[in-house]
Design a protein. Sequence first.
Length: 485
Amino acid sequence: MATIEFLLNGTPKQCDVSPDTSILTLLREHLGATGTKEGCASGDCGACTVSIRDPNDPQAGFLTANACITPAHQLNGHHLATIEGLTTEDQLHPAQQAMVECHGSQCGFCTPGIVMSLFTLHAAQQNHPTPLTPERLEAALGGNLCRCTGYRPIRDAALTMQQIPWEAPPWFDAASTRVPSSPLSAPADKHASLYIQPTTLAELTAARQRFPDARLVAGATDLWLESTQRLEELQQLIDVSRVSELQRIEETRFQEQPGWWIGAGVTYTQLEPLLQTHFPAFAHLLHRLGSQQVRNRGTLGGNIANASPIGDTPPVLLALNAWLELATYEGTRQIPLSHFFMDYKKTALAENEVISRIFLPQLTQPAMLRVWKLSKRREDDISAVLGAFCYRLEEGVMRDVRIAFGGMAATPKRAPGVEVALEGQPLSKASFQAAQQALTNDFQPMSDVRGSQHYRQQAALNLLERLYLTLSAPNQEVMLHAYAH
C-alpha cells in the first residue's frame, strides 16, 4: 500500500491504495463517489471519463482520462474532477445544463462520462477561445459511446454550452490550488508490493536495476487491461510518467541528420503539434489511434515497448528510419528501431534497460510520407493492417523507398522485397506489379478476429495499388480517401 494525496473537485484527499488500484476503483469503492460508471473496463466506451490536471503546471489544463484503466497513484499531487463536483450550489455546469436542454441523455449510464468530456472541452474553450470546429468536437467526444440517443443532441449540447452563463468556482483556477504530496518511494524490501514514481532517469534506471521483476507503467492504456480484463494482480510497478528526461522534445541532429529526440514518456497529445507541422500524415493517424482519453495518457515509448504487431506508431517510425536510445544505470546505447523488434512481443531491450528517447528524422523535401490504416471502425479501433510509405519521387523515379506494415507479421516490419522492387524504378504499373509480387514473399500474415490471412494479404496489396494510383493520378487521392473510410 502507498499513500497518495490529491485534490478531488477542489477538496484535499489522502488515500492508501494498492499498486493495481484504478481511479475508478478508488472513486467508487474507497471514496463512495459512484457518479463515475464502469462500462467496458477497457478504455473504449468513455462511461468512466474523468478529468485530471497538474496544479503545479500553471499552463496545464484539465485533460480527460478513462478512470477504469488509469492507475490511482498517478493522481498523487494532481487535481481530479468528477461529475459530482461540477454543480455549484443550485447552478449546473454549462455542460450539464446543455445536456438537459438539448435532451442529450436517456438511460443516463454513459451521461457522466459524456458530461466530463464536455466539461473538459468547455474549460479549454474558456482558457483559449477558438472556433469549435467539427473536427475538434469529434475529437473531444470520439471516446464516448452512447447506445440510446444517437449523437445529434449530444453534439447540440456541445455547441450550446458556450452560450450558458456560468461563474467558475475557485478550484477551477490552477494558480490558486496546490496539492501537498510526497514522492512515492521504493520500500526497503525489494520483494514487497510497490508503486514508485521516479522523477529522473537516474532514479528510474536504479529502480529498474533493483526491481527487475517490476512492470513499467506510463499511460497504462494497455497494461491495465491485464487487471481489468484478465483479472491479474499488478503488484510491482515503476511509474515512468514523472521522469523529467522522458517528457522532453528536443530538436537536434543525430548521425548528421536533423530531427527530434522525443522522450519515451511524451504522450500522443503532447506529440501532436510537432507531427501536425512536420508529419501531417502521422498526425492524421493519431486521430485514428484510440480516443482523446487514450491519447492524453498513452505514450510513444509505451507503444513501441509494447511490441504489438498491430501497434499503430511502429510501422510509421520504421518507415521514417527512427532510432531508439536505451538506458541503464550504467549508460545509454542507440539502435535503429528496425533492430528492436525480435519476435512476437520480444524486443532487444535488456532486462535492466528502459527506452529513454526516440529519434525522429526530419523529412526533407521532396520526401513524402503516407500512412493508411484499415480497421473495422473508423474511430477508436485497433488496426487490422497499417501501411506506412516513405519515398522521394524525382523526375518520375522512386528514391529512398522505405515501406513498413503492421498486422502482417509477428512484429511491425519493413517490406525489404517491396523496397528493392521500387527503388530506382520509374513510376509505372509494371514497377508496382513487381512490388506487389515481392510483398507476397515478404509477408505470410496470420488469421485472427481482425482479419484472415487472405484479407490481410489482399489489403496490403491494395494499399500498394492505392499508392500507385495516388502518385500517378494525384487528383484521385480525394476519392481514394473517401472510399478508405
